[in-house]
Design a protein around this ligand. Sequence first.
Ligand SMILES: [Fe+2]
Length: 253
Amino acid sequence: MFTWLKKKSPQDRKREQKMELPNIVQVDMHSHLLYGIDDGARTIENTLELAQKFVEMGYKKMILTPHVMLDGYKNTPDIIYNRLADVQKALEENNIELEIQAGAEYYLDEGFWKKIRNNEPLLSFGKERYVLFESGFRNKPQNMKELVFEMQILGYKPIWAHPERYYYLHSDDDLLDDMLSRGVLLQINQVSLVNYYGEQCRKYAEFLVEQKYVNFIGSDCHSLRYITAMQDLKKEKIYQKLSELNLLNNSLL
Ligand SMILES: [Fe+2]
């Protein structure tokens, strides 16, 4: 048992009380809790501390989605599944009741094209075979439409991770319409709505919520700072609007 799981100061209790506010979803489907394989949790202690926080917030299940990108995190299914098994064991040993599954956050790069061309199995989740993908923030990825099409041909349902973070999208209504008409699902980061990435991203996230274009909400949690921001969101008016959306998160339970 890790010592930090036992210690509870008055501040900890206060924080926990805050966490008892109602939660919109019980499943998070975008996070970086698998330690040491991307820019998220660094150690098993980090992973367990974050997992415990999610349990306190009312989450029952998390899909853990490490980055997969050619220039940075060359995670393979083997690397991801091995780390998942380690974390699973540690959760059980520490009595943290949280169901976890592995997915991935695929970066649309040449490596992803190669996987698609070679028909390598992608890490998907849910009965619908959802695949989470992302791109760089400034430049629209080349061949985005073709990649989406190919994913769909292979029987996957693409989910576009945090569209609000792509500056190339903010002024490209046609791209958004096109992706929606192709059946691409949208996942916004909860923390975007509390200015975590700045005002422009917050406004675009709000626009997507108001238009009811959002299918999933995610934590995209890399560290404790995300948890604090998620708690802050509960105090915002937009939180009510989020809870009125027809979100698919809980269909993954
Ligand atoms: Fe992410």
